[in-house]
Each structure stands twice: as structure tokens, then as C-alpha cells.
Design a protein around this ligand. Structure first.
Ligand code: PGA
Length: 256
């Protein structure tokens, strides 16, 4: 794993955006795995400002709430259109977000997996992390081999996400999420985490044992992971000075 620690979320986000720009320039028909949540807002703002050509890109979002309409202001469909897609020349047929109103959820999940495969797999998967270590909505004890499926949110995640809804009661209990196995098949995983409330989950994911109790720790098995942190999110990493040193010593050809 490459751990990039920056003084602020803005500084870390700028480097992450450069990494994405490079991929999009090198591979205009790349397949992007996209994420939602507060952490991604800054990144999407940066990407929109760069006025990239999204017309050939294909996107797959990680997850969606079950039981709320795509038009609901807190659906991840709404989030994506509001923060990114409405401001980019995406081709609607290439945009994929799990259907939270699917009548047959297992069939819809299997179909989602098929579409990812048919697109040639995901080149770069963006990830946030929950305070409990979830990636996508793979909550602790999710199978590390899991595929796209329905999950039940933990009370903690419903509490964390209540800030986006009018009240905690409105936060759905169920979600459809790509599995950890699905995420691990992407060719590059890029995780962003900012703020003190992520410090423990990050330390466990990066330096702890691989365990379903911290689903992000499964990323240790992936051959190409880049983790962008601000100082607060990096605060509990034992080897943070080493990660900074590695970043400073990067050969020119490796720099983003
Ligand atoms: P956040 O969510 O970016 O809103 O903190 C991250 C996540 O739960 O994956």
C-alpha cells in the first residue's frame, strides 16, 4: 500500500485528482469505480473544475440505499448527479449505480457484477472508509470474498450518515453494495480518508491484521492501493513518518 499523508484534505484531494486525470488522459475509455460520502465531494469538485472529457468513460458506483427512489435527495443517484455527473459530459448509458428499488435484489446484484465484467473490469476504484472500517457498505464481518449484494447497515453507520438526512429514523437499514471481492478485483484502489474520526479505522486497515472486523484491511491483499490521508486521519499510524519519507523519496517517474 502506498500511504500519502498531506497537511489538509484539500492538499490530499488535489493529488488524488491528478492521479485520476492521468488515468483519464492515458485511457479515455477507462472504467471508474466511484464512491459517495462527504469525503468524495471535494474530489468531485476538483475533477469538475478540470473539465475532463467524460464521454467515453464508464462508471460503476459502489453502493446505494435500498427502498429509496433514485430521485430521493439522499439517494446516491442524486448525490452523483448533483456532485459530478450533471457537471461532466458523461454518457448516461455508461453510468451505473445499483438500483435501490430493484424488485429482485439478488438478480439485480448478479446483473451488476456481469456489467462490471462486460465492461472489462474496473481500472480505478475510489473508496471512502467508515468509522467502523467499512468500504462500500461492507460492514464489519462482511465476507472478504463477498460480491455485490444486500447488506444491513450497523447502528453506527446509520448514526454517521444521519447528518445527511432530516432525522436518523429516515436513514435506510439496507443497502446494495459491491462486495469486498468485487472491490479487490479492480486494478487500482484509491482510498481517501480525512478527519480524526477516521484515524482508528485507518490504523487498523493499514497496519492491523487482515480481518473481516475491519473490511478495509482486506486491501492489504491488493497489489495496488493508494491511500490519501490528512494529518488527522493519519494520527494513529505507527509508521506515519516512514510513509512521509517514502513519499518524499519517490523517484521522479513515480511522482503524481
Ligand atoms: P464519508 O463516508 O466520506 O461521508 O465519511 C465514507 C464512508 O462511509 O465510506
Amino acid at each position: 500500500m502506498e500511504i500519502i499523508i498531506q497537511p489538509t484534505p484539500a492538499a490530499a484531494t488535489q493529488i488524488a485528482a491528478r492521479l485520476m486525470v492521468r488515468l483519464i488522459q492515458e485511457k479515455p475509455a477507462a472504467v471508474l469505480g466511484l464512491a459517495t460520502g462527504g469525503t468524495m465531494e471535494l474530489l468531485y469538485r476538483e475533477l469538475v473544475a478540470k473539465k475532463l472529457d467524460w464521454s467515453k468513460l464508464t462508471t460503476f458506483n459502489l453502493d446505494e440505499y435500498v427502498g429509496i427512489s433514485p430521485m430521493h435527495p439522499q439517494s446516491y443517484h442524486s448525490f452523483m448527479w448533483e456532485k459530478l455527473f450533471s457537471h461532466a459530459n458523461v454518457s448516461i448509458k455508461n453510468v451505473h449505480i445499483p438500483d435501490g428499488l430493484a424488485k429482485d435484489v439478488p438478480a439485480a446484484c448478479a446483473h451488476y457484477e456481469q456489467k462490471i465484467s462486460a465492461a472489462g473490469g474496473i481500472d480505478l476504484q475510489l473508496l471512502g472508509i467508515g468509522t467502523d472500517g467499512h468500504i462500500g457498505f461492507n460492514e464489519p464481518t462482511s465476507s472478504l470474498a463477498s460480491r455485490t449484494r444486500i447488506k444491513t447497515l450497523t447502528p453506527q453507520t446509520r448514526k454517521d450518515n444521519a447528518r445527511f438526512f432530516d432525522s436518523q429514523e429516515e436513514v435506510p437499514y439496507h443497502v446494495i453494495t459491491m462486495g469486498i471481492g468485487t472491490i479487490l478485483e479492480s486494478r487500482h484502489c484509491v482510498l481517501l480518508a480525512f478527519g480524526k474520526n477516521k484515524a482508528r479505522a485507518i490504523a487498523e486497515a493499514v497496519e492491523g491484521p487482515i480481518t473481516a472486523m475491519n473490511p478495509a484491511s482486506a486491501l492489504q491483499l491488493h497489489r495496488k492501493v493508494t491511500v490519501f490521508l490528512d494529518e488527522d486521519a493519519a494520527a494513529e499510524l505507527k509508521m506515519r513518518d516512514y510513509y512521509r519519507w517514502v513519499f518524499e523519496q519517490k523517484p521522479d517517474w513515480q511522482k503524481v
